[in-house]
Write a protein of this length. Structure first.
Length: 191
């Protein structure tokens, strides 16, 4: 059973960090938007923002790779948890300053950073922590069990990636920093 959990959590965390990496690096515009959002948070001195953005991008890309290789599974979960704690700290600082900064966690969604991002990160930190414990599982898993666990983990990861879109279905959000209320709401117009 622990082996199934290990597979599912590696897929969940792997999908989340693959999507985060892709969202930032798939185009020059997406990378510039990520760097600009990091600068807007003002949690890193301005001169260090490009270097920190590069380190974040590389670290996020490393997580799925580490999760693939049995000897580095735990390290992958630990790195994921550390990144998520750092991201959450930055969000807390940003929110405490009452700044409206676009979330570029997965690229161009642009939803303003908020408590829901802390909730999402908290759940992912918990998943990574459980993943550290489950990473030592060495029992045999039938191919069907591998498939079910992998699909369940990957789908769960996608739900985290689409967290903003899913919560938008149930919660009315204020206008984004770019003046957009989201795909469904359209641009904000003055009244």
């Amino acid at each position: 059973m622990l082996e199934h959990l290990d597979i599912a959590l590696r897929c969940l965390i792997g999908v989340v960090f693959l999507a985060a990496t892709y969202g930032k690096v798939h185009s020059r515009v997406s990378w510039r938007e990520f760097v600009a959002s990091l600068a807007a948070m003002r949690v890193v001195p301005a001169r260090l923002v490009p270097a920190v953005a590069g380190v974040v991008g590389l670290a996020e890309a490393a997580v799925p790779v580490l999760l693939l290789v049995p000897p580095t599974r735990r390290l992958g979960h630990v790195l994921a948890a550390l990144l998520l704690v750092a991201f959450s700290s930055g969000i807390i600082i940003t929110l405490s300053r009452r700044q409206r900064v676009a979330c570029r966690c997965f690229g161009a969604t642009g939803a303003p950073l908020g408590r829901r991002h802390l909730l999402r990160n908290g759940l992912l930190i918990a998943a990574a922590a459980v993943g550290v414990a489950a990473a030592g599982a060495t029992g045999e898993v039938a191919p069907a069990g591998v498939a079910v666990a992998a699909v369940a983990g990957a789908v769960s990861g996608l739900l985290f990636v689409w967290f903003d879109d899913i919560t938008d279905l149930f919660v009315t959000q204020p206008a984004r920093p770019d003046g957009d209320r989201g795909r469904a709401g359209g641009p904000v117009t003055p009244r």
